[in-house]
Design a protein around this ligand. Structure first.
Ligand code: FES
Ligand code: MG
Length: 592
């Protein structure tokens, strides 16, 4: 949709070399834009030779200091810039905003999280286009960063690649005498509230109070830089994007603080040059086939429900037809094989030790489940990229053999029914069963449920479906990510409870959970008229979510329902609420 002036593909400089500065030449050749050239000299272009020939590579890091997921990205970006310059290109670092999901979790700040995806995409698109960059290397870290940069790339569609910031190492709690991570903190909140947070009964010290244990946990859960190490949203997106060919092999499993991550930054310069020379553009890589790979990887590894939202948005940005039904189709055929947190035991740092994501890709390609023939940013196919990678060892407990999976089909299920006529997304690993019936207990906004949990008010015993509504893209506004409830329920050991919402869940959530209910309550969806005591059935075998209320009664209740007055009327969330589409279409802001 952008028609930018640029040199035709295959144009050569006077000395016969291929012109890689197809876009930047608009401002750097001749003297039509002397002001632009004057400013570029000031910014570091050394001479006229470089000015007239070198491609401009934008290096977009989602750096900021206050979050382990992002705090190291400036360092990676500097390494990339150095390597880009050494390969006779101009590297221009810039930054986009990003927020930390874990820091804003459970608070009003969380309403701002999803919409940062759009701001990140807007930033990458804006800088690339406004500054006539010829290529783009993006370095994201926390959850929304990855889909954000890819959407930006799909919009400007100039040669691009992504370097995932990498995930964090696992921490260790001396008082709990076990490895811990960020979700240990969230889950401990549940046992803290229900007074079951204790040191292990293993013959060691058991004298510490719940506050001392909590304090120890908070101090040790995050031992350095890197995104959350489980198969949460950041790693879901990074593994999928690597399986789509947009990042270098190994990018998603290489830990944030490792020399290998630094080497990847150097290799990125070679790869972006290949992309420029071969004119490999994001939309050449973002195809129905590569999205299929993204979904396969997500199902095999047990990825986050947020992936559904982000893949839909990435696909629509790239003009690829992808619908909720594609997720169900892939889920039906792909076994869930990864014993990775949040539902399993291991972390990305562990998977790295046994070969990493390329070794998993190799397994899936050999089984015909992953398409190894898709092109990638290396100029080679995915299968060629991973050919030299080791196969997964036999004696490991992280990735199960395909013929002995944890679950024979995927963990993400698309549900529809009188509660979600426009679709809903369930995460069902099978551990908690595949069917659940219970009486509704309704909460307008997550904070109400949070209060009930903190007060220990959710009883054990009778099956309950906790309904959290007015938390959708428009209603939140911002579709804030929920984790507190699922983590607290897990921590408190409440197995008689399922959670449903028109909002979404943190990738760290597990349990019997259904999110992304469409239409959302604020848009007059049936979830707005559920009442305490209605019986709700979630059936992941027949893919339904329904309440035992007749169509006539739902219509009658909806006739009485009045849309709430929006409580945010100015600022970024008000703009977002006005523009955003529904979750079944990716909750995008530029699809009109
Ligand atoms: Fe950033 Fe989890 S909070 S990846
Ligand atoms: Mg998240």
């Amino acid at each position: 949709y952008l028609k930018f002036p640029c040199l035709p593909e295959g144009t050569r400089h006077a000395d016969g070399s291929l012109a890689l500065n197809r876009f930047s030449s608009t401002i750097t050749s001749g003297h039509d834009f002397p002001g632009a050239k004057a400013m570029l000299y000031a910014a570091g272009v050394p001479n006229n030779e470089v000015m007239s020939k070198s491609p401009h590579v934008g290096i977009a890091s989602v750096w900021w200091e206050g979050n382990p997921c992002n705090m190291h990205l400036m360092g990676l970006a500097k390494t990339v810039k150095k390597a880009v310059v050494e390969k006779d290109m101009l590297g221009w670092q810039y930054n986009t905003i990003g927020v930390s999901d874990a820091i804003s979790m459970g608070s009003e700040g969380m309403r701002f999280s999803l919409q940062t995806r759009e701001i990140i995409a807007d930033s990458v698109e804006s800088v690339t286009c406004a500054q006539y960059h010829d290529a783009c290397i993006a370095i994201p870290g926390c959850d929304k960063n990855m889909p954000g940069v890819v959407m930006g790339m799909a919009r400007h569609n100039r040669p691009s690649l992504m370097i995932y910031g990498g995930s964090i190492q696992v921490g260790y709690s001396d008082l709990l005498r076990k490895p811990v991570n960020i979700s240990s903190c969230f889950e401990a909140a549940g046992s803290y509230a229900y007074n079951t947070l204790r040191q292990p009964d293993d013959g060691g010290d058991t004298s510490k109070t719940k506050d001392e244990i909590m304090d120890d946990l908070e101090r040790h859960a995050c031992p350095g830089a890197g995104a959350c190490g489980g198969m949460f949203t950041a790693n879901t997106m990074a593994t999928a994007i690597e399986s789509m060919g947009l990042s270098l092999p190994g990018s998603s499993s290489t830990p944030a603080e490792s020399p290998t991550k630094m080497r990847e930054c150097v290799k990125a310069a070679d790869a972006i040059r290949v992309c420029l020379e071969k004119n490999i553009k994001p939309r050449d890589l973002l195809t129905k086939r590569s999205f299929e790979n993204a979904l396969v990887m997500t199902m095999a590894l047990g990825g986050s429900t947020n992936g559904v939202l982000h893949f839909l948005a990435m696909a629509r940005t790239a003009g690829v037809e992808l619908t909720l039904d594609d997720f169900q189709r892939v889920s039906n055929k792909i076994p869930f094989i990864a014993n990775l947190s949040p539902s399993g035991k291991y972390y990305m740092a562990d998977l790295y030790e046994i070969g990493g994501v390329p070794s998993v890709q190799k397994l899936l390609i050999a089984a015909g489940l992953l398409d190894g023939d898709i092109p990638t940013v290396t100029g080679k196919t995915l299968a060629q990229n991973v050919a030299s990678w080791p196969s997964l060892p036999q004696d490991q407990a992280i990735i199960r053999p395909l013929d002995n999976p944890i679950k024979s089909t995927g963990h993400l299920q698309i549900l529809r029914g009188n509660l979600a006529p426009g679709g809903a997304v369930a995460k069902i690993t099978g551990k908690e069963g595949t069917r659940f019936t219970g009486r509704a207990r309704v909460f307008d906004k997550e904070v109400q449920l949070g209060g009930a949990l903190n007060r220990g008010e959710i009883p054990r015993g009778e099956n309950l479906v906790l309904v959290v509504r007015y938390e959708g893209p428009k209603g939140g506004p911002g579709m804030p990510e929920q984790l507190k409830a699922s983590a607290a329920l897990m921590g408190a050991g409440l197995t008689n409870v399922a959670l449903i919402t028109d909002g979404r869940y943190s990738g760290a959530s597990h349990g019997f959970i259904v999110g992304h209910i469409v239409p959302e309550a604020a848009a007059g969806g049936p979830i707005a008229v559920v009442r305490d005591g209605d019986v709700i059935t979630i059936d992941a075998e027949n893919n339904t979510i329904s309440m035992d209320v007749t169509d006539e009664e739902i219509a009658r209740r909806l006739g009485e329902w009045r849309a709430p007055v929006p409580h945010v009327t100015r600022g970024v969330l008000a703009k977002y609420a006005r523009l955003v589409g529904d979750a079944s279409h990716g909750a995008m802001t530029d699809l009109f």
